[in-house]
Design a binder for this molecule. Structure first.
Ligand code: FUB
Length: 439
């Protein structure tokens, strides 16, 4: 059974109600420009929705027709709430422009306000519109006109402790203006808070922490975008540059776009790379990693990981190719299916002693009895599975001659709770693993 069929089967059985993944966190569709917010105790994710372009003029460019919203309580299982706003819904927008770029969403007085850029009818460039809903998962109803006096992209709204709202956006640099109480009109003239003379900047994300205001933004310091930040004592600046939050993408993605969020006492960085589309960086996917502040309020640089965040349920498909650590030699990661990258990756163990670890797997009460692995091998070998250093299974992998096979063996000595897994090739050569799962 292939991974997609198994996934759909698990959904039908009600085993979980959303999408399950490490980094990237969502597969089956592209997601970019993630703004994450906490509403009603859950994390809501408002990304752009990259699609391969149906129109000739955008074949090599960003192409976005609509927005989906996702939510999660554990940052591991994500529910897709479907399309919440489409370009054909926007009264002032050009319905054939495919320009529904990076959005944001905030809550005020019983209403969720969704801010989005789009190309207006009969005009060049971008305007920023507002759509509202009674729920964080939409659908969102757009207002008749975009926000007057704003031209640009990448809206971000900061709701300050005193109730005042500020709109940040990108348009020849990073701009900020106060918003009126209705959140749909400017209440001050725009101020340029970071210009592009020291490198291109876009995608502002602003927030307040311990009385300091942070302006974080993608910045092309060299070839592609890194994420940088500046701090101020005021939401309208002046901001002082402080450093890099994330360096340029190892996948070569030209853009990065992000948000920072505190959830259940931990800070996270939401960002995007083009993991599922290595040859076309306008089809991007959202990732999450933990983020930490220094005592003086500055931000420690985040190094992107494959493992991502959260605790994996031992009964879910554990993609060990999204490893935490690996041996220096003998481990190679590749796509399972070059023609459908959303099927994910596989781990290739080329020789004895090669290993990967996958941290934070929850075995519950420790009563799980078996482990299954989807494997394939040209030469055969033995995979050893350890939990926190204790051997819990040995899986004999036969020669499968190019076919994938799911093997199941009993577990021994499994302890309850959350453990770090290690999967190694204890004998043999050239064994590939798609996933493992405990039952
Ligand atoms: O997604 C389209 C554009 O790419 C966004 O508006 C930018 O921030 C960049 O991520």
């Amino acid at each position: 059974m292939n991974k997609r069929v198994l996934f759909v089967l698990l959904l039908c059985l009600g085993a979980f109600s959303g999408l399950v993944a490490q980094n990237p966190i969502i597969s089956g569709q592209f997601t970019a420009d993630p703004t994450a917010r906490v509403f009603e105790g859950k994390v809501y994710l408002y990304p752009s929705h990259d699609i391969p372009s149906p129109v000739e003029r955008l074949q090599e460019w960003f192409c976005m027709e609509d927005y989906h919203v996702f939510s999660s309580e554990d940052l591991v299982k994500w529910t897709d709430h479907g399309v919440v706003l489409s370009q054909s819904d926007v009264p002032w927008g050009d319905a054939g422009s495919y320009s529904m770029w990076a959005p944001d969403c905030v809550y005020k007085n019983g209403t969720y306000y969704f801010f989005f850029p789009a190309s207006p009818k009969g005009e060049k460039g971008f305007r920023i519109g507002v759509a509202t809903s009674d729920t964080p998962f939409g659908p969102f109803k757009p207002l008749a006109e975009p926000i007057a006096g704003v031209q640009g992209i990448d809206p971000c709204v900061l709701l300050d402790k005193d109730g005042q709202a500020y709109l940040y956006w990108s348009g020849r640099g990073l701009n900020v203006a106060r918003l009126k109480n209705n959140l749909t009109e400017l209440d001050s003239a725009p101020v340029l808070v970071a210009d592009v003379k020291d490198g291109f900047k876009e995608g502002p994300f602003a927030f307040e922490r311990n009385g300091k205001y942070y302006l974080t933004y993608p910045w092309v310091k060299d070839k592609t975008e890194c994420l940088a930040y500046a701090m101020s004592d005021s939401p309208m600046g002046p901001f002082e540059y402080k450093g890099i939050i994330m360096d340029q993408s190892p996948t070569g993605c030209w853009t990065n776009h992000h948000s920072l969020l505190e959830y259940k006492g931990q800070w996270y960085l939401f960002y995007h790379h083009n993991d599922y589309s290595p040859d076309f960086d306008k089809n991007r996917s959202v990732c999450i990693d933990s983020l930490f502040f220094n005592a003086d309020g500055t931000i420690r640089q985040v190094v992107p990981t494959l493992r991502g965040v959260g605790i994996a349920d031992a009964r879910s498909l554990i993609q060990i190719d999204r490893y935490s650590t690996k041996s220096e030699e003998g481990v190679f990661i590749d796509y399972v299916n070059q023609d459908d990258k959303f099927e994910g990756w596989k781990t290739f163990f080329s020789h004895e002693g090669a290993w990967v670890t996958f941290h934070r797997v929850d075995f519950g009460d420790g009563k799980l009895q078996k482990v299954s692995a989807r494997v394939s091998s040209e030469m055969g070998g033995t995979l050893q599975v350890c939990a926190d250093g204790h051997v819990i299974a040995d899986i004999e992998v036969p020669v499968t001659v190019g076919r994938w096979q799911t093997l199941t063996v009993p577990l021994t000595g499994l302890q309850e709770g959350v453990h770090n897994l290690c999967v190694s090739l204890s004998s043999g050569r050239n064994v590939q693993v798609d996933w493992i799962r405990f039952e």
